[in-house]
Design a protein around this ligand. Sequence first.
Ligand code: SAM
Length: 238
Amino acid sequence: MERDTLSLRLKTVADYVRQGDIVADIGTDHGYLAVYLLTAGISPKAVLGDVNEGPLKAAAENIQAYQLAEQAEVLLGNGLDVLTERKADTVIIAGMGGPLISSILESGKSQLKNVTRLILQPNIAADHIRVWLMANGWKIIDETIFAEDGHIYEVIAAEPGDPYEVYSVEIPVMKQHWLGPVLMQTKNFAFRLKWERELEQLEQIQSQLNRAANREKAAEKSEEVTRKMTWLKEVLNE
Ligand code: SAM
């Protein structure tokens, strides 16, 4: 069971939690991550939030099963609302799409005043998160990309600070948001796999656009696809 043996995905997220940090796991679902952080003695306390009752019930049962009720608050609520009048050093939002994660951050901004680290694991479209972090004064301190069970995941850790410090002035910002300013420096196996696949898909889209009846609309889309293909060829061939 995942709560006993954490997936590589959740373990990678957990590895970004500082020893002693109180964590808030937003969209906790089963609560395995919080169970791991508490039982491993990494976090002394955790807030487990979820907007849906079903997942929250599973989280509450797991917290009970591990006799962690004194260290954990399991709360029903939308996004960061569960942090109202509660303290968390680190906020974790994992296993959702980048647009949903960034909308949770945006609507819950006021709850982040005392938070000193964000650990975000988007399943898709991580660029939305990087755009939000830059616009809101969060500096990416590290990023990881890895494959598990046929999926490729990214984890982004950020702290309050100058977002531009990690971005190169020589590379278009949107390219770095898309590929990850840290990930594109290391270009590990998972990075190459992900973006080689993406390049193949873009090539297919491009040939469909070349045959499209609506030339005006196709030209607009084609420009964006060509730009992304150029970025990918640059990063993969460097
Ligand atoms: N975080 C866990 C993980 O990474 O394994 C669970 C991910 S699960 C796919 C997404 C969870 O987020 C679901 O339990 C869902 O109910 C919850 N969720 C979705 N939108 C949310 C929101 N706005 N606020 C809180 N929880 C939300």
